[in-house]
Design a protein around this ligand. Sequence first.
Ligand SMILES: Nc1nc2c(ncn2[C@@H]2O[C@H](COP(=O)(O)OP(=O)(O)OP(=O)(O)O)[C@@H](O)[C@H]2O)c(=O)[nH]1
Ligand SMILES: [Mg+2]
Length: 239
Amino acid sequence: MKEYEVYSSLRVPKNSKIIMRLDGRSFHNLARDLELTKPYDEDFYKVMSEVCSDLFKEFSPLFAYTFSDEISLLFDKLPFDGRIEKINSVIASFTSSSFVINYNCQFKKPPAFDSRIIPINGSDILKYFKWRQDECWRNCVNSHGISFLKSKYSNSEANDKINGMNLSDIHEMLFENGINLNDIETYKKRGIGVYRKNNKIIGFNKKENKNQTSYRSHVFTDWQLPKFCEDFFKDIGAI
Ligand SMILES: Nc1nc2c(ncn2[C@@H]2O[C@H](COP(=O)(O)OP(=O)(O)OP(=O)(O)O)[C@@H](O)[C@H]2O)c(=O)[nH]1
Ligand SMILES: [Mg+2]
């Protein structure tokens, strides 16, 4: 019967890095059921950062990045020998379980994440993460815009108004009403990253009778990400 398992031999191309993107299934409904704060719910963001940290410790990607209900993981060493069914199913189910454990509340429905695998290399890695970070910023402007409009108008009027506005119109409207998006927390504008960071350790070398510097890495959750640039990805060994 093994021959019926026709997808089990599908593998990621050899010598390729991959990005895996996970996205919460129907989290619009989950946000309603859990009565998440709009536009940003700090507990939800905290949980998503903890899920990234769990993923990082279990599967050792080079980088994990999250905003809203999505997570991107960059791998240089392929998990499960590059087997696509294994990677998608195990990592998506691990993500859902970690989300449930870290949230520790009563859900109306079991939360789930979809997942996709993107083979990617070189400067396209930077392009990919810039693309997601731009989306994070668009999401930030739009969600503040719609929250503000809904505080003034009915839901349908607010939706109609925002549909006719571009990002700079929304920015301007918020600014005129005392909300300056430049002043809000960095993670809302740029997302949250998890990666390995080196700690400098100065110890005493008895044999040579002098101080010696060494480095030990630890998993770091960055709530103050810069705008993504080449140097950032060089520093984490991604390009
Ligand atoms: N209230 C609130 N909602 C949030 C927050 N972060 C994410 N969400 C919700 O998560 C949704 C994520 O968008 P999508 O992934 O496009 O929508 P989805 O409902 O998950 O649909 P699918 O991904 O297609 O299954 C947003 O539309 C919000 O409703 C938050 O901090 N507060
Ligand atoms: Mg979603």
